[in-house]
Design a protein around this ligand. Sequence first.
Ligand code: PEP
Ligand code: MN
Length: 269
Amino acid sequence: MVPVGDIEIGGGDFVVMAGPCAVESERQLLQTAEAVAAAGARILRGGAYKPRSSPYSFQGLGLEGLKILRKARAATGLAIVTEVMSEEEVEVIAEYADLMQVGTRSMENYALLEALGRCGRPVLLKRGMTATLEEFLRSAQVIATNGNPQIILCERGIRTFETATRNTLDIAAVPVLKAVSHLPVIVDPSHAAGVRCLVPILSRAAVAVGADGLLVEVHPTPDKALSDGEQSLNFREFRDMMDDLQPYLDLRDKPPRTRPRLVALGGAD
Ligand code: PEP
Ligand code: MN
């Protein structure tokens, strides 16, 4: 169980983190924070430092973005998760964030992971898009052995030959990770899908396989978003998704008879 402010992740509650891919303006973030809080999210996501696939894309507002995140926390009481890309940024981001996000591209940045071991904040570690589960857990061990056991794992889809989705959501990763480690596991359906219509469906799958929560992209006007608009839900879509998850969350309270046995990573198929 990992505490994030007064929220416990991995302790039985299903915790939803939601917000825009990138903080774009105070108005955009505050509106989104209010909407996602009203729909039941407990943690606000928003990138201030953005790792973009292209150097010509919007790179984030940096420190200004962190200050806007702090205002949104004050206005709504939501905890904040935001990405940290380099070890030099760890200290400043730890001042503003309740949960430090490591993106897929940084999962093997060991200098960053070591610095996060000493940062005094919980870490949301996203799976590298080409990482095996064993490699994913090794990165978690780097953070833990450097002094920080407060780690949440996030399955966000991996690269495969399939092109219908942006990434392939490895849904089996959730029960496998939960069987071989004691860490909470959440799912990011947005980066897995790459298209918004699949996000509610994959979220239901995440609940059904026993995930401890979700990380979902939400934007007031997805078509105008500066990043990842195609996979972002608008406020109504997010509210509907949260409402539709409820029956699945109710079922989750009755654990199934068959639980995954301990799986040897890298073992026989
Ligand atoms: C994000 O959460 O906006 C992000 C960049 O995610 P990922 O690192 O999984 O691509
Ligand atoms: Mn994004």
